[in-house]
Design a protein around this ligand. Structure first.
Ligand SMILES: NC(=O)CC[C@H](N)C(=O)O
Length: 390
């Protein structure tokens, strides 16, 4: 079956459909990973986007449910040069095409993804509509203009209830703005006691969980679309050690008074070079973001730039000058990509341990008692978390 991709600037690509049928509007972006398409497809940060893979053959090792980064894909479409119908891999359960069909996602193959990528690099990311219908380009353009596709992404992808991955060491509350499973894996690997909470969990509710540290996850969309999250992060800074990843990094920056802005075409791939400014060392990192922290906006805040991107010099890491809080724009959990930066999870645990030593008056039991007393009068609050009372 034929499929078409119409861009906002009027460019029309005609190819073959290999996923679901219908129409889908999204922001057209490109990812340069040679492998890792399953992790890309299931990364909730891509919610609302039509993802173009620059590597020309996608699907050759099939789909393996264990390799997902979340429960399901949230992308609005997949664009490839060639889709492999016959994966060669003993672990493969099904094909990329059947995955897309299962979740109502349109896939288009057989188009010139190099030309499409060059266009996006030149003009910047733009809206697009994928269709398997016979609508005219005028009808498609009309639909593209009127269909909202970038709204409430964080609440769409975040967990609706609290869940835990028990461990015997530090208790980490992961605020799920669209968290990749790799982040939780990296914490449980270190025997952390992980509690994952929904994106709209209040600072007070987090306090009642008596965390040793709070991890702000990755997630989709513009960080300025979730001002309540920024306000919550602002409350948490100074009280708990904080580690922000990608969207979490942007929310941390906004909470500290810095600003964010949209990149022309973003960073999406597994080989982005990042320089650690304290050691001068370069790390190869996995990235997926369309926004960045504005450099000028840092002055006058308590933020210190710790990492920069070696390609375009944008900010890749920040830390707070006074409080135990730091963040990175890239993905230390990789998935997909290199593990160069997984040491950042160890750094976070070190920061937590130091914070405990520096604040002996605040062991977890004392925090829990204080939280329980504070909550005694407001037990009817929506989504109340009961940890403190146990
Ligand atoms: N991976 C992420 O967390 C992405 C953050 C944000 N949605 C951006 O595109 O910049």
């Amino acid at each position: 079956m034929q499929a078409r991709l119409l861009l906002e600037d009027g460019t029309l690509f005609t190819g073959t459909s290999f996923g679901s049928e219908g129409d889908s509007v999204g922001e057209v972006v490109f990812n340069t990973g040679i492998t890792g398409y399953q992790e890309v497809l299931s990364d909730p940060s891509y919610c609302g986007q039509i993802v173009t893979m620059t590597y020309p053959l996608i699907g050759n090792y099939g789909i393996i449910r264990d390799d997902f980064e979340s429960i399901r894909p949230f992308i609005h479409g997949l664009v490839v040069r060639e889709h492999e119908e016959a994966p060669s891999n003993w672990r493969a359960q099904y094909t990329v095409g059947s995955l897309l069909k299962e979740y109502g996602i349109i896939g288009i193959s057989g188009i010139d993804t190099r030309m499409l990528t060059r266009k996006i690099r030149h003009y910047g990311v733009m809206k697009g509509i994928l269709t398997t219908s016979s609508k005219s380009t005028a009808e498609l353009a009309e639909m593209m203009g009127t269909t909202p596709f970038m709204c409430d992404q964080v609440s769409r992808v975040s967990t609706k209830s609290v869940f835990g991955a028990p461990g015997s060491k530090e208790r980490i509350v992961v605020v799920d703005y669209g968290a990749k499973s790799g982040i939780i894996r990296d914490l449980t690997k270190r025997d952390c006691d992980v509690v994952v909470v929904p994106q709209d969990t209040t600072a007070e509710q987090i306090r009642r969980l008596a965390p040793d540290g709070v991890l702000l996850s990755n997630g989709p969309g513009n960080p300025k679309d979730v001002p309540e999250a920024v306000a919550t992060v602002r409350e948490l800074i100074g009280e708990f050690p904080i580690f922000g990843i990608c969207l979490g990094h942007q929310l941390f920056a906004l909470a500290c008074g810095a600003d964010t802005e949209k990149l022309k075409f973003g960073h999406r791939g597994g080989n982005h070079p990042v320089k650690d400014l304290s050691s001068g060392r370069c790390f190869i990192t996995s990235q997926n973001h369309g926004y960045t922290v504005n450099e000028e906006s840092i002055s006058g805040t308590d933020l210190i730039v710790t990492h920069i991107n070696n390609n375009d010099r944008t900010i890749e890491g920040l830390k707070h000058a006074k409080h135990p809080a730091f963040s990175v724009q890239y993905h230390p959990e990789a998935a997909p990509g290199p593990f160069d930066s997984s040491y950042l999870f160890d750094d976070f645990i070190e920061v937590i341990r130091k914070h405990k030593v520096d604040n002996p008056q605040l062991p977890r039991q004392a925090q829990m008692l204080a939280a329980w007393k504070a909550s005694a009068s407001s037990t009817s609050e929506k989504g109340e978390l009961h940890y403190a009372k146990k």
